[in-house]
Design a protein around this ligand. Structure first.
Ligand code: N01
Length: 534
């Protein structure tokens, strides 16, 4: 545990920041390696993303049998997932089970906000200051999550709004009862698309303020297919390896054919099949949906037709139709989202053509009218990938601030190490596949790599390891080069940092789990090329 204010800082081999999926497995792994570690967590319990995102309808869009740890065979054999796509309480339950099963809690300090982390060059150690004291370690691992710093938009007058305000990414623990309330929701990304159908069932009236419509496909969630689960468990480790060989690190059932080379009937049949089966596998309908704009347009048009067939009011349907490429903003998976706009108690308000002029104490005004509501839900997303670390005052060599560095240039070598910041590792940092993949295998791959790297550094008698400026630069160029060959840069998304005013536009995640893993393994095999040691 960290000390109180008057004691000497506790010393560890490694300090880990964050007790979500990444931090928990990092702790488990470090212990296995015989290293001492402490995890600092700001929440009053563990779970990270799945602790904070308790909004109605919060659910994972990667199938449960894949969105789980694979490091322990017995765990993956014994655990039973109730649904095809897990709801937030079930995932949190699983995380808590893992923490107890592996006795992790004794090295996790909750309700501890990490204020700063400072690298002491002469000692080659990290000094971490928290809300509860100080601690020192040779290594520091940021397991702070890719989508954990909420974005609260700076709309004029928003602070004068007098009703209760809830952010989907920081939802009250005891839930919110919207019964008989008029509710406004700002944003129409994944979080909104999941919560809108449920809030609409409760609220007296729901106003949905939409700046950009999003593509969504049915999740087709339901109870776990027991036969399918048994089949996977019978060959779990082989199944995991097969998934790791997919570009996204999960099974997309990618069709090798091109959307523009098959005839219309075959194309529609494939889209219909995917639409019925549900989930993000829709993007695997053809091999070129993320690569070729014409191919992508066929999928976009298919979804627009679906919107038009579901939503009864043609004007509302037209407003819900995105004009960007499918997948350039993350595709959403829903349970009854479009049909919710057929309800009498739901109103869609376009704030793209008629932006919010201002908030007032009872609601907000657009050029088209004044909208009053008792509760406001902000489903306005996150400062992704760099936001959480940038909130901590991280100071590296020569007193350089990581926040300043990332303001100009948000990059990390392999999303793992940062030049100027020795002995600091990021799990799923900028330049890692992370958010374009199934997060769980990505997390485990990073943790395993970091643990091996720490071991190698120490066993070779080095006191510090640092990504070189050149390796970091070359990797970031490669990340962007790969993205430029896809449809990803064609719209404003959080992948590009475009949702945060003033944030430098750069494609943050790396597309391609298998080549990424190969690269990391090759770097390690060759005595950590791109890193320097002292
Ligand atoms: O956030 P978002 P999210 N005025 O950034 C709008 C993961 N996730 O929390 O597009 C008005 O996608 C913004 O509008 P625009 C998943 O990776 C996964 O929904 O910028 N509107 C947008 O509509 C996901 O992609 C799951 O024009 C403003 C919305 O707010 C990621 O988290 C579930 C605004 C934000 O959408 C983030 O999703 C949930 C402003 N000033 C989340 N600022 C699953 O596994 C922002 N908006 C299923």
């Amino acid at each position: 545990m960290a000390n109180g204010n008057n004691q000497r800082p506790q010393q560890y081999d490694v300090i880990v920041v964050g007790a979500g999926f990444s931090g928990l497995y990092m702790l488990y792994k470090l212990r296995k390696e015989g290293l001492s570690a402490i995890v600092f967590e700001s929440g009053d319990n563990i779970g990270g993303t799945w602790f904070w995102n308790r909004y109605p309808g919060a659910r994972c869009d990667v199938p449960s049998m894949q969105y789980s740890y694979q490091f322990d065979e017995q765990l993956q054999q014994e655990w039973e997932w109730p649904e095809r796509y897990s709801a937030q309480p079930d995932i949190l339950n699983y995380i808590n089970h893992v923490a107890d099963r592996f006795d992790l809690r004794r090295d996790i300090q909750l309700q501890t906000w990490v204020e700063s982390a400072t690298y002491k060059e002469e000692k080659k150690t990290w000094h971490v200051k928290t809300s509860k004291g100080e601690a020192i370690a040779r290594f520091c691992v940021m397991a702070t999550g890719c989508l954990s710093t909420t974005n609260t938009p700076d709309v004029p007058g928003i602070k004068t709004y007098a009703g209760e305000v809830f952010h989907t990414g920081n939802w009250p623990k005891d839930g919110v009862d919207f019964t008989d309330k008029t509710v406004g929701i700002l944003g129409t990304g994944s979080s909104a698309i999941q919560s809108i159908p449920i809030i609409a069932q409760q609220a007296k009236h729901l106003y949905v303020f939409q700046r950009t419509p999003n593509f969504s496909v049915p999740a087709a969630n339901g109870p776990t297919n027991q036969q399918e689960a048994r089949d996977i468990k019978a060959r779990y480790s082989k199944f995991r390896k097969e998934c790791a060989a997919k570009v996204t690190g999960y099974e997309m059932h990618l069709n090798e054919k091109s959307a523009v080379e098959v005839d219309h009937a075959e194309r529609i049949e494939e889209y219909e099949r995917r639409w019925r089966n549900g989930g993000l596998m829709f993007l695997g309908a053809f091999s070129d949906l993320l690569l070729n704009q014409d191919a992508n347009e066929t999928a976009a048009e298919f979804i627009r037709q679906k919107i038009s067939s579901i939503v009864e009011n043609p004007k509302v349907a037209a407003l819900l139709m995105p004009d960007h490429k499918v997948g350039c903003k993350r595709l959403c998976a829903d349970s009854g989202y479009y049909a919710t706009f057929n309800r009498d108690n739901v109103t869609l308000i376009d704030i793209h053509n008629n932006p919010i002029s201002s908030f007032e104490s009872t609601g907000l005004t657009t050029p088209n009218g004044k909208w009053e509501f008792q509760n406001l839900v902000l489903a306005t997303g996150f400062d992704a990938m760099t936001g959480a670390i940038s909130k901590i005052n991280v100071t590296g060599k020569q007193g350089k601030s990581l926040r300043d560095k990332w303001t100009d240039d948000p990059k990390a070598y392999l999303g793992l190490g940062i030049s100027g910041f020795p002995n600091l590792f990021t799990i799923n940092g900028p330049g890692s596949p992370s958010v374009l993949t199934n997060m769980l295998p990505s997390i485990e791959q990073h943790v395993n790599w970091i643990a091996d790297c720490i071991n190698w550094t120490e066993s070779n008698g080095f006191k510090s390891i640092e990504a070189t400026f050149e390796a970091e630069k070359t990797w970031a160029e490669h990340v962007n080069e790969v993205a430029d060959a896809t449809i990803f840069p064609t719209c404003n998304s959080w992948y590009l940092g475009a949702n945060i005013p003033g944030k430098k536009r750069a494609f943050l995640p790396y597309l391609g789990f298998p080549p990424y893993v190969d690269k990391c393994e090759s770097v390690a095999r060759n005595n950590y090329t791109g890193f320097e040691f002292s």
